[in-house]
Ligand binder design. Structure first.
Ligand code: FAD
Ligand code: NA7
Length: 541
């Protein structure tokens, strides 16, 4: 059992979250550095995203071989999977295996929500308070709160009068029975696509309430044979080297060929091959190099998908309603025969952009036209208050009592996606202005940088570290500049906070890829942390 090294503190570090980020933080700081770590999660056990999202069809659309930790060769060789992508139960089993292998659970207190984190200027310690009424102190605060974790449920008139069952995909209880029921799904994002395709074959009737039509390519979730898996396991050194120097970290080489200059025949050939192969990120980044940056290339990709919708969906009016009218620049989606679902006799598409939801009634949902949809179950696949949602839910205070809510009132800010001014010794995993990639490799990258930084602090006997305002501002500006080089800001989605009514539009990601990101953060470390203030006195605050 570890003893606390920090004088006057209960623990050396507090970690919040038991997902990929929190678990690895406990492993690095406790198992490797011998720090005394206390960790919390409001969930009943480990898993993070994969603890909460138990809806039918829940799946990672990062391929199985790279949706996992890379840090342990032993763990990699033990990996088990049968198909190209991992289902939620498989990922949850994997997270449990990691926790067991490294004895991580004993540092966690589950079913405990952290309600407040206050930095004490006098002692230089974090005071962390939970909903159980306890407060603990620690030198370092590591937050792995999840960037897609604070659920968003729209407020509808009459919602409390609905007599059926209401469920959010991101907070899905065990034992839900949808078989034979009249099910309504609100939302057609990544989650909606998964829950819709999984529910259509079992529901008595499925009504999809669609606000914005989406570009959805096939996922291609084929079985994976032992030989392929063995080959992936034998090549992990090269695989991770490629992943960590790539752009989106999805385990394929991004294309270097522009669609702008490709012939119509060549575009057709490449898009068709990608359609057959499957994968949303592959379709956007593996086919041509300019789909996310050139309007011409983007139109070509969008037109290809629109043509597929027309071919697949038999009813012309439904096909039209399913066809996106905006550009192809949200998180790229993929699904298992998604558009085919709308050919089923038990599926209805309600276009709630044309005819919005007016209210919930005791028996279902009524649209503005007066059309009524009778439902036993309503599933909210309405997404998350992304990136800063869980941060502003807590009462976070830094130097001089400054609150995070106040600092981020015009949008969340982060230095290197991990730190914020006036919040000393706070390290945010997947905080604002971090990388937009397949996430486990980015999470590992950040946790390793955080652990190295803490090790340096302890080695030198330093008390506090925080970025300068100039460095933070420069990073945020860089993220804006990079985002503006892409088409992503032109589409309305959670990537820029557009999905939450009243949320300010802000750049929340570093979109230059994991390779560049790793270089940038390692330059700060290797350059001796010139952009940081150490042991800043209260007097200068
Ligand atoms: P999370 O796994 O979100 O864990 C955060 C934890 O913090 C939660 O358990 C939560 O309970 C806890 N927490 C938050 N606030 C508090 C508090 N105040 N007190 C106590 N506990 C708190 N990423 C990909 O790269 N590829 C994919 O294919 C992919 N698919 C996804 C599909 C779905 C349906 C969702 C929702 C997300 C998906 N993601 C995907 C993103 C996914 O969230 C990340 O890959 C990864 O799991 C994030 O890990 P994390 O540890 O940072 O956060
Ligand atoms: P998303 O991608 O934010 O999708 C949410 C969906 O819900 C989207 O279709 C929204 O329509 C719809 N929505 C949201 N609010 C409403 C209201 N008020 N009325 C009708 N429809 C609404 O969330 P997901 O969970 O699918 O995916 C988030 C990420 O998690 C994903 O990228 C994966 O990485 C995992 P809109 O498009 O805003 O018109």
């Amino acid at each position: 059992v570890e003893t606390t090294k920090t004088k006057g503190a209960d623990f050396d570090a507090v970690v919040i979250g038991a997902g990929f980020g929190g678990l690895y933080s406990v492993y690095k700081l406790r198992n490797e550095q011998g720090l005394n770590v206390k960790a919390f999660d409001r969930a009943g056990d480990v898993g993070g995203t994969w603890y909460w999202n138990r809806y039918p069809g829940a799946l990672s659309d990062t391929e199985s071989f790279v949706y996992r930790y890379s840090f342990s060769g032993e763990l990699l060789q033990k990996g088990r999977w049968k198909t190209r992508y991992l289902t939620q139960p498989e990922i949850l089993a994997y997270m449990n295996e990691v926790a067991d292998t490294y004895d991580l659970r004993r540092s966690f207190q589950f079913n405990t929500r952290v309600t407040a984190t206050h930095f004490n200027d006098e002692t230089g310690l974090w005071h962390v308070t939970t909903d159980k009424g306890e407060t603990v102190t620690a030198k370092y605060l590591i937050t792995g709160l999840g960037l897609l974790s604070a659920t968003n449920t729209p407020k509808y008139k009459g919602i409390d009068s609905f007599k059926g069952q209401m469920l959010h995909t991101g907070n899905w209880p065990e034992g839900v029975e949808l078989k034979g029921k009249r099910v309504g799904v609100i939302g057609t994002g990544s989650t909606g696509v998964q829950v819709i395709t999984a529910t259509a074959p079992i529901a008595g009737h499925l009504t999809v309430f669609q606000r914005s039509p989406q570009y959805v390519v096939p996922i291609g979730n084929t079985p994976q044979d032992e030989a392929t898996i063995a080959q992936q396991k034998a090549n992990y050194d090269d695989i991770w080297k490629q992943v960590k120097s790539s752009v989106v970290a999805f385990g394929f080489e991004e294309s270097t060929v522009p669609a702008e200059t490709a012939s119509p025949e060549e575009r057709e050939r490449v898009f068709e091959a990608a359609w057959q192969r499957g994968g949303g990120f592959y379709f956007m980044f593996g086919t041509f190099c300019d789909i996310a940056t050139s309007q011409i290339a983007n139109d070509a990709a969008a037109d290809f998908i629109k043509k597929k919708i027309k071919e697949i969906v038999k009813d012309p009016a439904t096909a039209k309603a399913l066809t996106p009218r905006d550009i192809y620049a949200k998180r790229p989606l993929c699904g298992n025969n998604y558009y085919e679902v709308y050919n089923r006799p038990n599926v209805t598409l309600a276009d709630v952009k044309a005819d919005p939801i007016a209210e919930f009634t005791a028996t279902g949902i009524r649209l503005e036209s007066g059309a009524e949809h009778e439902l036993d179950v309503v599933i909210f696949a309405t997404g998350f208050d992304a990136v800063d949602g869980n941060y502003v839910k807590m009462d976070m205070r830094g130097r001089g009592g400054v609150t995070m809510r106040d600092k981020w009132k015009d949008g969340p800010l982060g230095y290197l996606g991990m730190m914020e001014t006036d919040f000393p010794n706070l390290f945010m995993i997947l905080g604002p202005n971090g990388p937009f990639t397949n996430l486990p490799p980015s999470i590992e990258t950040q946790v390793e940088w955080i652990a190295d930084t803490i090790e340096m602090m302890e080695g030198k006997g330093l008390k506090t570290i925080e970025p300068t305002e100039a460095a933070r501002d420069e990073w945020v500006t860089l993220c804006r500049t990079i985002a503006d080089m892409t088409l992503f800001p032109k589409a309305e989605s959670w990537i820029f906070g557009a999905n939450i009514p009243g949320k300010k539009n802000a750049v929340m990601f570093y979109m230059a890829g994991i390779g560049n990101y790793r270089n940038a953060i390692n330059a700060v470390k290797d350059g001796g942390y010139q952009t940081m203030i150490f042991d800043r006195e209260m007097a200068s605050a």
